[in-house]
Design a protein around this ligand. Structure first.
Ligand code: MD3
Ligand code: FE
Length: 213
């Protein structure tokens, strides 16, 4: 609830995608999920289930399980298949908003039902923090919270709606953040309700002199 400044490099672009673009994105994500089913991520060591369901597209996907913990890998943890490719509309979003950064390697797909949430955390499993994280919200609204680079730094809460884009660069890249709650029934985009969040990331530094991302 604070009114202090957000970290530099934090950009919230409300309504970036209009309804028809959101519908097109949902159709593309359904294709991704058909090839790479949502799975139940588990916390390292405890094996405790997260409430969010996850999958990925891109060369690398972020996964977690009890035995091996948080990591990026090129294949689905349950099917063993390579992740499907990142939809072109998301590559275009990255190109337009992440400026000089080389192409995204990972697109994490998070699905929240009415009771799902995500605790306050930092995204630090990547080897590259120079590139921003670019996120897209689809479906029901959520209450998103962002703080500073220390776990106990004061936090601010923002409501994110379907079609919103959030860009986390510079100081905000390593800020603690989380999703406190979903507001069920606030969007008609997803037939059965819930919220999808897409998070585009660079995982490794750009290979020096290479032509590919
Ligand atoms: C702020 N996802 O997948 S997206 C995650 O809505 C994650 O599913 C949330 O946090 C979600 O790791 C938030 C917005 C977001 C993404 C990455 C960030 C905010 C961030 C990285 C640093 C700071
Ligand atoms: Fe995160």
């Amino acid at each position: 609830m604070g009114s202090f400044a957000l970290p530099t490099g934090f950009r919230h672009l409300p309504g970036y995608f209009d309804r028809s673009a959101q519908e097109a994105l949902v159709a593309e994500i359904r294709t991704v999920v058909a090839a790479a089913p949502l799975y139940v991520p588990r916390m390292p060591r405890s094996g405790k289930e997260m409430s969010v369901r996850m999958t990925n597209c891109g060369d690398l996907g972020w996964v977690t399980d009890k035995e091996r913990g948080y990591r990026y890998q090129p294949t689905h943890p349950e099917t063993g298949a390579p992740w499907p490719s990142i939809p072109s509309s998301l590559l275009k979003l990255w190109k337009n908003e992440a400026q000089f950064a080389p192409p995204p390697q990972a697109c994490l797909v998070n699905f929240y039902d009415a009771s799902a949430k995500m605790g306050l955390h930092q995204d630090k499993d990547e080897q590259e923090f120079g590139a921003p994280v670019v996120s897209v919200s689809l479906g029901d609204d959520c209450l998103f919270r962002i703080g500073g680079v220390g776990r106990s730094d004061p936090t601010r809460s923002l409501r994110l709606s379907s079609g919103d884009v959030v860009i986390l660069g510079e100081q905000s890249r390593l800020a603690f953040h989380g999703v406190d709650r979903i507001y069920p029934g606030t969007s008609t985009l997803l037939k059965n309700g819930g919220r999808i969040n897409l998070t585009l990331r660079r995982v490794t530094p750009k290979p020096c002199g290479a032509q590919t991302g």
